[in-house]
Write a protein that binds this ligand. Structure first.
Ligand SMILES: [Fe+2]
Length: 199
């Protein structure tokens, strides 16, 4: 059984990492969690598993980036999750495996091992494909050169659009993805123009 106490612990861990590394931002942590929860509600999935998954999936990203191995953030988060599980013996083996799958598969896979892991992946995509996610993400982004930020968000919009799998999310996000891409491309053009003008 997943207790509120465990979920508080997981959330506090994610927030604590945010204070240390500023990546992902608190906005992004809360945004992915809320999207995940709404999808879990709509699709009748296990909300506790999705909550734990969304809080943990990118919780080690800042630490992994600092260590120069960003691609390992999911594996590092799995290890962290196992550590956190050890203090909560009431969590069943099945629940543990499902939470670990949410973390492991949050960038997308051919075939998800659970509805909850698919929801976590799709919730993660909202950070870079939805207008609210992109505008909020940029607003709360740790300091970064404007041009590099535009390039990052363009690459992420593409990556996450391709990772989206749930028909509902694809339908909802298609026009937003087009708008986000158009906005970012326009921003990039303006930046290049400014450079040519010596500004
Ligand atoms: Fe990630």
């Amino acid at each position: 059984m997943i207790s509120q106490n465990f979920l508080n612990n997981v959330r506090d861990f994610a927030y604590g990492e945010e204070i240390k590394y500023r990546t992902p931002s608190k906005f992004q942590i809360d945004f992915a969690y809320q999207k995940g929860l709404a999808l879990a509600e709509m699709l009748h999935a296990n909300k506790e598993i999705v909550s734990a998954g969304t809080f943990l999936m990118d919780a080690m990203l800042g630490a992994a980036m600092t260590e120069g191995k960003p691609k390992e953030h999911a594996a590092m988060a799995e290890e962290k999750a196992k550590e956190l599980f050890s203090e909560f013996p009431e969590i069943t083996e099945e629940e543990k495996e499902n939470i670990l799958s949410c973390i492991r598969q949050h960038h997308g896979v051919e075939r998800f091992s659970s509805l909850e892991s698919e929801i976590c992946c799709n919730a993660d995509c909202y950070k870079f494909v939805s207008m609210e996610g992109v505008v909020g993400g940029m607003q709360h982004q740790r300091k970064m050169e404007k041009e590099a930020m535009i390039d990052l968000y363009l690459a992420k919009a593409e990556e996450k659009w391709n990772a989206l799998s749930l028909p509902y999310c694809k339908r909802e996000l298609e026009p937003q993805y087009q708008a986000v891409k158009a906005l970012l491309q326009k921003m990039k053009e303006n930046e290049n123009q400014n450079k040519c003008n010596g500004g």
